[in-house]
Write a new protein. Structure first.
Lengths: 90, 374
């Protein structure tokens, strides 16, 4: 993954950065931050879609800051999503 | 940049600073602890203390995930890295943290295969590319980072990657806050709650602070206007006789947190009986270990780690810095024997550490004020 936030501690930290979704494929998304493209796991926000602004930390998206669509475009077909969602009864 | 520029507005910052000044009585002292290392970094980087009235004192808290890792766990990581056939992967800052046997960077120089990664998922990809080696991810961080490790473990199991493992050092935020709140003679009046930890655990997780300890909380984002607004919220509570948890970071933090992230953590990890924290000592039920069903990916089950407790160097006062008892410049080795280039203590390693942040942004002003004090 590219280091995407020059003025923040991304390498270790409890900091996080905002990233705009360019493309979604399964539980992975390509995001754009300050002109750099990076791969981000969206297991925890599987309803993400292109145009969304995500809060990312250590290679995964933690939350959706802005939603460009409200209808889920990504079916939670990946085994990880299924495992996670079964735990919370989604 | 969106969500950055508007939260760095000088006009808004000056307006909030004026409001903060209006909410304190001349001559009194109000101590506000910013729990998160990211906040400490932002406060120094943007010079926020210069905007505040002398009545408001900011106290730095224990929320830098690198800073709270004790030296013994660094030695454990080095021991794992020196096992035959092992590749150890970790975040860049952890490679510079000194243990009793030096740092991971020095172990790498001696020949250990240690790689820097930005995500545990990078370590999992490394394992797929190195099928003849056992790739161990040295995991650190609070609840913000634990979901990334959890998702990686779930993917490792789903994808059937047998040569991946995790050396788990994830910690939780509530126990150190309780430890600080129970410190005799506590001198903290209110807390700025961590922003991204709260994305995961939610603001409800801090209700024990006003309810059991009578201190108010404002969860905050990381830009200067965010932090000043959080301080104004805390002082407004005080002026109005309220004591509660408020949420300044409404654009991303919800009262209940992120249920999927919490479920991923719960699916893969459980509380340890106890864990040693730098500066706070051993705290029961304050850190996470892998669940038994993930033993096949648990480095502590696959290998024997020394697990020895290593005393911090006597000259290092990171513990007192982490608990807000002293300021970075009050440590005798700050900026002399301990610098970002050659850190003696963890607070000087990470950019979120109070000492590193003050060294980078604050010491010149103090040097000008007090040439012999720094």
């Amino acid at each position: 993954m590219t280091k995407i936030a020059p003025d923040r501690c991304l390498t270790c930290s409890d900091d996080a950065v905002e990233a705009q979704v360019v493309d979604v494929s399964g539980n992975d998304a390509i995001v754009l931050v300050a002109g750099a493209r990076a791969h981000i796991a969206i297991d925890l926000v599987p309803e993400s879609c292109p145009g969304d602004l995500l809060l990312c930390h250590a290679g995964i998206a933690l939350e959706r800051l802005e939603r460009s669509c409200d209808v889920p475009q990504v079916a939670p077909s990946h085994k990880v999503s299924a495992a996670v969602e079964s735990k919370v009864g989604l | 940049m969106k969500y950055v520029d508007e939260f760095r507005s000088a006009d808004l910052a000056r307006g909030l600073a004026a409001e903060i000044t209006s909410l304190v009585r001349p001559g009194e002292t109000v101590r506000i602890m910013e729990v998160c290392g990211g906040h400490t970094h932002a406060i120094y980087r943007h010079g926020l203390e210069d905007l505040l009235p002398p009545e408001v004192e900011l106290v730095h808290g224990p929320g830098c995930p690198v800073c709270v890792i004790p030296m013994g766990r660094v030695d454990d990581a080095i021991a794992l890295a020196e096992e035959p056939g092992v590749t150890l992967a970790t975040f860049g800052d952890m490679m510079r943290v000194p243990g009793g046997r030096g740092s991971l960077l020095e172990a790498k120089a001696r020949g250990a295969d240690i790689r820097m990664v930005y995500s545990p998922l990078d370590a999992l990809a490394l394992a797929a590319n190195l099928p003849d080696r056992r790739v161990i991810f040295f995991a650190i961080g609070f609840e913000t980072t634990a979901p990334a490790t959890a998702v990686t473990l779930l993917r490792a199991r789903a994808e059937g990657t047998p040569n991946f493992a995790v050396f788990c050092n994830h910690v939780t935020i509530e126990p150190p806050l309780r430890a600080i709140l129970e410190t005799p003679g506590l001198r903290v009046d209110a807390f700025i709650g961590p922003g991204h930890v709260s994305t995961v655990i939610g603001t409800n997780a801090y209700r024990f602070i006003p309810e059991e300890y009578g201190r108010s909380v404002a969860v905050s984002a990381f830009e200067p206007v965010d932090l000043l607004q959080a301080m104004a919220m805390l002082l407004r509570q005080r002026a109005e006789g309220r004591c509660e948890v408020e949420n300044q970071y409404t654009r991303v933090v919800r009262p209940e947190g992120n249920s999927r992230a919490l479920a991923a953590i719960n699916a893969t990890m459980e509380l340890r009986d106890e864990f040693e924290w730098r500066g706070l000592g051993t705290i029961p039920k304050s850190a996470l270990q892998l669940r038994p069903e993930f033993a096949a990916w648990d480095a502590e089950k696959l290998f024997t780690v020394p697990g020895e407790r290593i005393e911090d160097p006597k000259a290092c006062r990171c513990g007192e810095v982490l608990t807000g008892q002293i300021k970075p410049w009050e440590c005798g080795v700050f900026g002399t024997a301990c610098t970002p280039e050659r850190p003696l203590g963890t607070c000087m390693v990470s950019s979120e550490g109070a000492c590193a942040a003050f060294y980078a942004y604050g010491r010149q002003r103090r040097l000008a004020e007090d040439p012999v004090g720094v």
